[in-house]
Design a protein around this ligand. Structure first.
Ligand code: KG4
Ligand code: ZN
Length: 341
């Protein structure tokens, strides 16, 4: 089955063509960074308007990259939530229209499910069950994944998401947008132990996270130097912040592995692209004999491939949505159920 997938939940337009036998055939991404950079964050109305301009041309280019046309498509899927409502509606409506015109099955997909199944796009797909650490701009959570649609939430952030902490820190230190990659770049060569930043909730026995206090600690540290903060100071502060986030994420993941007895860990979502996180997790996992899976960095951040893949698995299993399927801004991961067997 060849499935066309469309992602428009936030500030990237992603389109991909996935084949249940051959895997990923083609994928295209248009990032709206330039649209939002002047505002220091995503402006929802501008995001929706840009998705309207980009979606259909990206579909055409993706099909052309694969050397195929719409005749070769057997099903269509698009992100239905969670995310920015107006942005979601663009991709969802485009997907439904294409499917309706071509008399193809259609399915709206959960954005976080797409993220956490994305490592299966790589050469060594993780077998079920596994522990998933999902670290994106809007969510930080740990879940036990027993199969497609079989998710048990173990813990989540009580305030800011990990990506949001990166974004807010970047804004505070005026490093630019988007924040995660900007902080990671600014941290290069810095001393991760220069500042003793807190590890919020790290020693609590639960599996929840809290990142808003860390952001305040960065703000207070930055204030100690004020206008005098030179490049070395900022480098050390960014390195210390990044280390604190990665440290908390690893310690909670290690605890979740212990509590569940799971032996495989999947890390997905935009923060999973962070090089320091990948290095620390790789070293810790190897030392403990834990299997570790990441999507390639470009499939950690939002993309069409993960949507075509996750929607494709469900369409293949016979799941379908009616034409009344609509977008939802909020949608808990553990509301999902497995596809019909
Ligand atoms: O998964 P994603 O692309 O979108 C959401 O679903 O939210 O995640 C975006 C988040 C942003 O907060 C961004 O700053 C962060 O991922 N991010 C990073 C890196 N690349 C993206 N954070 C740290 N290091 C990176 N290299
Ligand atoms: Zn995402």
């Amino acid at each position: 089955m060849r499935v066309l997938g469309i992602e428009t939940s936030c500030d990237e337009t992603g389109v991909a063509l996935w084949d249940s036998e051959a895997g990923l055939l083609a994928h295209r991404l248009h990032s709206q960074t330039a649209v939002h950079a002047a505002y220091g964050g995503v402006v929802p109305e501008l995001a929706s308007r840009d998705h309207i301009r980009r979606t259909i041309p990206l579909v055409e280019q993706t099909l052309a990259d694969a050397g195929l046309d719409l005749d070769a498509v057997d099903g269509v899927t698009a992100t239905a939530g969670p995310g920015l409502l107006g942005a979601l509606l663009v991709g969802l409506s485009a997907g439904k229209a294409l499917a309706f015109a071509r008399d193809l099955p259609f399915l709206g997909i959960h954005h976080l499910e797409a993220h956490l199944l994305a490592p299966a796009l790589e050469d060594d797909p993780p077998p079920f069950p596994f522990l998933a650490l999902l670290v994106s701009g809007g969510h930080t959570l740990l879940a036990e994944v027993a199969g497609v649609g079989r998710y048990r939430l173990l813990g989540q952030s009580l305030d800011d998401a990990a990506g949001e902490a990166f974004d807010k820190t970047a804004k505070l230190l005026e490093l630019g947008f988007p924040g995660g990659p900007a902080v990671a770049r600014a941290a290069e060569g810095g001393d991760p132990e220069a500042f003793a930043l807190p590890r919020p909730m790290a020693d609590k026995p639960n599996l929840d996270f809290s990142f808003s206090g860390l952001k305040t600690a960065v703000l207070n540290a930055a204030k100690t130097r004020g206008e005098d903060a030179d490049a070395a100071f900022r480098r050390d502060l960014c390195a210390s912040f990044q280390e604190a986030v990665v440290d908390v994420l690893w310690r909670k993941s290690a605890r979740a592995l212990e509590q569940t007895g799971l032996e495989r860990l999947v890390v997905a979502g935009g923060v999973g692209a962070n090089a320091r996180l990948r290095a620390r997790f790789a070293a810790e996992a190897e030392a403990r004999g834990v299997g570790l899976h990441f999507p390639r960095p470009e499939f950690c951040t939002d993309n069409g491939a993960m949507v075509a893949h996750a929607g494709g698995l469900r369409l293949l299993a016979g799941e379908r949505d009616g034409w009344d399927r609509t977008a939802v801004a909020r949608w808990a991961l553990d509301e999902l159920t497995p596809p019909p067997s």
